[in-house]
Design a binder for this molecule. Sequence first.
Ligand SMILES: Cc1ncc(COP(=O)(O)O)c(C=O)c1O
Length: 397
Amino acid sequence: MQISKRAAGIQPSMTLATSAKAKAMKAAGLDVVGFGAGEPDFKTPPHICDAAVQAVRDGHHGYIVPASGLAELKEAVAGYLARKCGLSYAPPEVCITTGGKYALFEACLSVLNPGDEAVLPAPYWVSYPEQIRFAGAEVVVIQAGAEQGFKITPGQLAAAVTEKTRLFILNSPSNPTGVVYTREELAGLAEVVAGRGVWVFSDEIYNELVYDAVDTCSFVTLRDDLPAQTITFGGASKTWAMTGWRIGWAAGPQEVIGAIGRLQSQSTSGPTSIAQYAAVAALTGPEEPTRAMYEQFDRRRLYMAGRLSAMDGVTCVRPQGAFYTFPDFSALYDRVLGADVEGSKSVAFADKVLDEVHVAVVPGAAFGDDACCRLSFATSMREIEKGLDRLEGFLRG
Ligand SMILES: Cc1ncc(COP(=O)(O)O)c(C=O)c1O
């Protein structure tokens, strides 16, 4: 029997693979420090859990109709985007999805045709290239390494856009680099694509995790012509520690949001009803719990980036968003790995760090930059100290 070319062509998520290996080692009794996680280490705030329990008790167990999401939640998302980001979306311009990942997946299927090109800055979040290819389009990567602060320039974007370009994906704050584009930098990129028949996916799932008071904004607010070609993505996972609840959203022009909704009505029928009620509480409830998580992330960020930068041979661009550092270890690869490594050096490096000092990091190859590895600081300060001590010892040799 055979499986389809489309299914065979999909690569498994390398970030999930790393966590799986670290988890298996932990289960075998080893003291593994996990810097692999792409999720907050905090519990979902109690008022959100209470709302879910209440939804069960109130009998909200049926299908949510339409499949594009609970009316109260669409309204809550529209209200949140207006309040936090200055966006003006009406509820029919919002679709509620099974996590932000599925919103992006459905959006790729809704705007891309085979033969189209999608421009993607690297380092990129692991799922973008796979989702683009699944939709039959080609990935055009713009490389932006540590030497340029992991940010693409308007000149690079202009050089990458052709008549075949249908999509440009922007992710700020970024996973894996933690980089945040300033308002001015975003405006430079907007000028290149505005009015050119290119969709912009602005993945703002880390919008609340911006540090150092960076002057940034939501991409779509930059120019009056952007709302017609931009979809803004977000979700409950990162801000409210709700990764397993699987709630995300897409907001954009009604024609494309309608297409996403139709696709959803024939695939998942929308996210779980109980999780949607819980998300209403997240978006409309008290902000103290998210504030407290933010403050912890900020402390850990400064500590981790400071320690990594102080390690000999490691270059670490200080992250200003999300909960990741993306240090460049490439100057140490030959010494640590020997000269004749086959395949990806970041994979070999991450494997060696996990095997020898039981610290889980994610190889940069997963994100299109083999010079680096991703270390998440979504773990306790004690674990961060312990893991960095081990890493430092390992790198000293
Ligand atoms: C940049 C980015 N976008 C989207 C997502 C999707 O998150 P979720 O599907 O949990 O909402 C993630 C999760 O890791 C992410 O890092």
